[in-house]
Ligand binder design. Sequence first.
Ligand code: G1P
Length: 302
Amino acid sequence: MSATIRRAVIPAAGLGSRLLPLTKATPKEMLPVGDKPVIEHTVRELVASGITDITIVISGGKGLIQDHFRPNPALVAQLRADGKTAYADAVEEVGELSRLGHITYLDQHGPYGNGTPVLNAARNFGDEPMLVLWPDDVFVAGTPRAQQLIRAYEATSCPVLALMPMSPADSHRYGVPVVKEDLNDGLLRITGLVEKPQPQDAPSAYAAIGGYVVTPGIIDELRRQTERWYQHRTGEVYLTDAINVYAGSRAVYGQVIEGQWYDTGNPLAYLTAQFAAALADPEYGPHLRRLAQGLGDPVPSA
Ligand code: G1P
């Protein structure tokens, strides 16, 4: 088994229905947070964490993602000829991410469910552990979230789930882990996940967010689920189900991630991420901060 992780999958075939009609023609992964589309935040995080093979699993209508990362030397040359050096550098840097992360694209095919893109990518990667990051989570963290997950894998050689503390009222949105043991530095031994429980049924106060270290044992389980699907043609193929079966007999860990998390597939979190990025902008932030203070909260008339 490899000691570390070099491969990552970003499943980006989803519809982004919670953000419709904004996402009718624009992939949700291409909506801006600050001066970058959501997916570029994730790709930069992966490259900064030492990942050298990124597979983005796409579907029809997601071509803008490919256009965004594709190097465009003609545009860079034009911008340089026009003396627009900063723009040329910025465009070149995005294209360079394609090379650094060896980004490849895969069309999603197979049963409905979030296990399918993972299995699609695993066919290309072979039997190696890999990171799976949902495309809508944006993190602002001192140590990138991907790096925190890789470290947990390096310490355990087992599957790892990214976790965040969660308010009980949000349990119906997330997979909630069953915690067996609280180890050091936010590392938890877990025995499974309950998908979207009501608050009274939540087994812990953590949410599984969209980040996983998936090992060959989990891939085997996804493969079995997929074979069953082709036999019966009913149900769906979910990563959580595969993790739960695996965790029935083998060790699985959760890593509580340190950092600020925005689930940008959710409209309020998306706007909050935009707002926070705007306020943090060195050039525009101070002006926007004054503007926000001036707006204040509406004061009800007495
Ligand atoms: C999936 C997972 C769930 C996790 C969530 C995070 O659910 O099944 O365990 O908490 O992603 O975003 P989905 O939101 O795709 O229904």
